[in-house]
Ligand binder design. Structure first.
Ligand code: ADP
Ligand code: MG
Length: 139
């Protein structure tokens, strides 16, 4: 089933000049960018995006990091896009991410881990609407 997911190339990865490498990995895996923004999100925007993690000890640090510089926010479309992107990304902690994944290649630590990807159809819907209001969800 063709579906959409939200991906973010986080500020650490933008700083490392690997936007092109990461977008290329999406394209080679059959995940087609159908919307894309280069933006520096304000801290309240990061806080709204990560609201599900509000109670976690790393929440404030995470939102400071996510608003510390530009990110690339994308909508990716393809067969099983949500699961496929999570596989491409690798585990949250780059030290535990499988070889060949984006986080293994470009992540620094469990917080500065290069990319975000929606984890379910419900979060994909919320996240796509959050950054691309008015975009219809398919699948
Ligand atoms: P994922 O991005 O793999 O879905 P989570 O949703 O659990 O992971 O966490 C969201 C983001 O919060 C992670 O990508 C990472 O940047 C940060 N994070 C997660 N766990 C920790 C932690 N233990 N310490 C610091 N930052 C964390
Ligand atoms: Mg998550």
């Amino acid at each position: 089933m063709s579906e959409r997911t939200l991906a973010i190339i986080k500020p650490d990865a933008v700083n490392k000049h690997v936007i092109g490498d990461i977008v290329s990995r999406y394209e080679k895996a059959g995940l087609k960018p159908v919307a894309m923004r280069l933006m520096q999100m304000g801290k309240p925007v990061a806080e709204g995006f990560y609201a599900v993690h509000k109670a976690r000890p790393f929440f404030d640090s995470l939102c400071t990091f996510m608003s510390s510089g530009p990110s690339v926010v994308l909508v990716l479309q393809g067969e099983n896009a949500i699961k496929k992107n999570r596989e491409l990304m690798g585990a949250t902690d780059p030290a535990k991410a499988e070889k060949g994944t984006i986080r293994a290649a470009h992540g620094t630590n469990i917080e500065y881990n290069a990319v975000h990807g929606s984890d379910s159809p419900e979060t994909a819907k919320f996240e796509i609407t959050y950054f691309f209001p008015g975009m219809d969800i398919i699948g």
